[in-house]
Design a protein around this ligand. Structure first.
Ligand code: SF4
Length: 196
């Protein structure tokens, strides 16, 4: 029988949305039967290069939590969009910016000046700052670029469903996973796109 393939990624957020997915009461016992985990780096040994090798749209659903704060968040969001049938903006940080989005009342320079020099606990006699983006030779790893502005998931990719909440409730997650499972196993129609 067809199985749901799930991906979960943690962008700019606190990790609470990842924990929420583990906190779905007794349904967690059935997740292994219901779903294959295609990518969930915080919980399962899965690598980005494995996702890159997957056919497009081969992941049933990606639950992307966290905002888009840097180039890595955007890169992974675009890759998972390409590989997923259903893209869910999971949690308030992905939907609206959430707590990371509060950084948009300032800018990258003022933010790093404050964090690296002006807080009560800042000890930085050499005035060390994050370095400008290192452009690595092709094929080598690069450090992500910190963006000036915190973006929402739908600022960078098309989103099918929005599941707000900080984190989303167990009830909402269960409801949504049931709907996706029925779609994969019984061909049931998915609800209209939008907010879950
Ligand atoms: Fe954490 Fe809330 Fe953001 Fe989820 S929505 S990553 S729980 S701050």
């Amino acid at each position: 029988m067809a199985k749901v393939k799930i991906a979960q990624y943690w962008g700019a957020g606190c990790g609470g949305c990842d924990v929420a997915l583990l906190d779905i009461d007794e349904k967690i016992l059935g997740v292994a039967e219901m779903a294959d985990i295609a990518f969930w780096p915080i919980a399962v040994d899965t690598k980005l290069k494995d996702v890159e090798a997957m056919p497009d749209k081969s992941i049933t659903v990606t639950l992307y939590n966290g905002a888009i704060r840097n180039s890595e968040n955007e890169h992974v969001a675009k890759l998972l969009r390409q590989k997923s049938l259903i893209m869910v903006s999971f949690g308030s940080c992905a939907c609206f910016g959430g707590i990371p989005g509060l950084a948009n009342v300032t800018n990258k320079k003022d933010l790093t000046d404050y964090v690296y020099g002006k807080t009560f606990s800042s000890v930085n006699p050499d005035n060390v700052r994050p370095q400008p983006h290192y452009q690595a030779p092709e094929g080598e790893l690069e450090l992500p670029v910190l963006y000036d502005t915190v973006l929402t998931l739908d600022d960078v990719v098309d989103v099918d469903y929005y599941m707000p909440g900080c984190p989303p409730t167990t009830e909402l997650i269960n409801l949504f996973l049931d709907v996706v499972e029925k779609h994969v196993k019984e061909g049931a129609e998915l609800p209209p796109k939008g907010t879950v």
